[in-house]
Design a protein around this ligand. Structure first.
Ligand code: HMG
Length: 429
């Protein structure tokens, strides 16, 4: 019966760029204390694309294994969420559609509202599958976060893509119907059409984010959503992981609930795998509290809602804008072995601004689909850039006015081959 169909995320994959910039190197070059980044922002590294990579190549790399596993049957919609799109008119998803040889009998479209739009795409996908439970929707969030050199935003750059297959009877996450929403017209962060880097009022962006959390949380309650005690884990949009901590402190204040506020600090790139283990162990060590979930009456300290485990990938990726919240979801699913049947709250924020707080239930058996090893290997395999090389790459722009063939750099499965007749071209690497 239609009423009993569950809809949500059946499969998920994370991909990132070829290069990485280590914030310790960045700190040394700038004469800054490295703890400003590790502790102050909660970031160790940021992904940076090679000249033959962009949002399309990362998106295709994320979606390819999903299509390989589950084929294309019933996939009639591809929703591409990004705020670093490659064209003002044509959807970036069209190039992914072509690279992955997806069927012609599809709609392909791009969604935009800063970092929030992947959540809009996900909700639209749920709507499509609600009407047509035999269909599946491919949702891809892909972004390259770029700020001007020598600005406070620079260490919060990053790059990444998350692809999700939305279907009925999903294997990972059942999305629940109630959402808390908040929109407010605010100039905290934006990117004019003639700029490749974002303009940001950093202090305003942090308060706008927290205001949106207040608004979305109170609307969730007004819509009859679950109380904080009925939510076992909480995920946040992570422009830098310290922001998730700020949001968690804010939510604790709004609800009066004693929530965990520790991110894994200063884990470092080499120790990232250990950091994952450390966080998993600390989650396990807080067993009674973690296992108690909604029933926090037996917990002695703050309740473990997964702040440490959900920030492990992001502190190495940097900001991946639309993909960031869902990279946090990947991190949680890959590092928390106690999620079966648990309810997760997800707070999505996009500057400008929209906030949405929604909830989902983790499907038992989810852990069999962990991609922890592959993601960790991909993060470890990124090629570090010296700060001089990074600055040179940051400054290099291809103009659509010039025909160009890009140098072959990426080790990923797809590459941006160049520009011809003002159009961008892609190929399998
Ligand atoms: P900043 O100049 O690094 O700020 O800019 P700061 O000097 O206040 O330092 C940041 C923190 O580091 C502070 O801690 C310092 O105390 C600490 P806090 O008060 O925040 O707890 N610190 C240290 N800690 C340890 N050892 C030290 C040390 N030194 C300092 N030695 C800012 C920070 C976020 C403004 C900047 O990075 C920025 O502009 N980022 C870009 C905007 C952004 O990410 N905003 C987040 C909210 S908006 C959002 O999430 C949307 C977004 O993703 C875009 C979209 O929606 O599309 C951005």
């Amino acid at each position: 019966a239609a009423g009993t169909v569950t809809i949500g995320i059946d499969d998920i994959e994370l991909a990132t760029s070829h290069h990485v910039v280590r914030l310790d190197d960045f700190a040394e070059a700038n004469g800054t204390d490295p703890n400003k980044f590790r502790l102050g922002l909660g970031q160790d590294e940021f992904s940076f694309p090679a000249p033959d990579e962009d949002v399309v190549t990362m998106a295709a790399a994320a979606a390819a294994p999903i299509i390989q596993r589950s084929g294309t049957e019933g996939i009639r919609t591809l929703l591409f969420a990004t705020e670093s799109g490659i064209d003002q008119s044509k959807a970036a998803g069209m190039a992914v559609h072509s690279l992955l040889d997806l069927p012609s009998q599809m709609r392909v479209v791009e969604f935009k509202e800063a970092c929030y739009s992947a959540t809009a795409a996900l909700q639209a996908a749920v709507g499509i599958v609600t009407r047509s439970p035999g269909q599946r929707v491919l949702v891809i969030a892909s972004d390259v976060a770029r700020y001007e050199l020598d600005t406070p935003g620079e260490p919060t750059q990053g790059a990444g893509a998350v692809a999700m297959l939305v279907s009925a009877d999903p294997k990972l996450l059942e999305i629940e119907p109630v959402s808390g929403l908040n929109s407010a017209d605010v100039d905290d962060f934006w990117r004019p059409n003639d700029s490749t880097t974002a303009i940001v009022d950093g202090a305003l962006s942090v308060t706008a984010y927290l205001d949106a959390l207040t608004g979305a949380w109170s609307d969730l309650a007004a819509q009859g959503g679950p109380a904080i005690a009925e939510i076992d884990r909480v995920l946040y949009h992570q422009p830098f992981t310290k922001m998730a901590k700020k949001a968690q402190v804010h939510l604790a204040g709004l609800t009066g609930e004693d929530l965990d506020t520790e991110i894994v600090e200063g884990a470092g790139d080499a120790g990232a795998a250990d950091a994952g283990t450390a966080a998993a162990n600390s989650a396990a060590a807080s067993g009674p509290a973690a296992a108690a979930g909604a029933d926090n009456s037996v917990a002695t300290g703050p309740r473990d809602t997964g702040l440490a485990t959900s920030t492990l990938y992001n502190r190495r990726l940097g900001n991946s804008y639309t993909a960031s919240l869902y990279a946090g979801l990947c991190s949680l699913l890959d590092h928390d072995e106690d999620l079966a049947g648990k309810r997760i709250g997800l707070f999505s924020y996009g500057s400008g601004s929209v906030g949405e707080f929604f909830t989902a239930r983790v499907v038992p058996g989810y852990a069999e689909h962990s991609h922890r090893q592959a993601v960790t290997e991909a993060l470890d395999a990124r090629v570090p850039l010296s700060i001089d090389a990074y600055r040179a790459l940051h400054a290099a722009e291809f103009s659509s006015a010039d025909d160009v063939s890009t140098p072959k750099v990426t080790a990923g499965p797809f590459r941006f081959a160049g520009i011809k007749g003002r159009a961008r071209h892609y190929e399998r690497a």
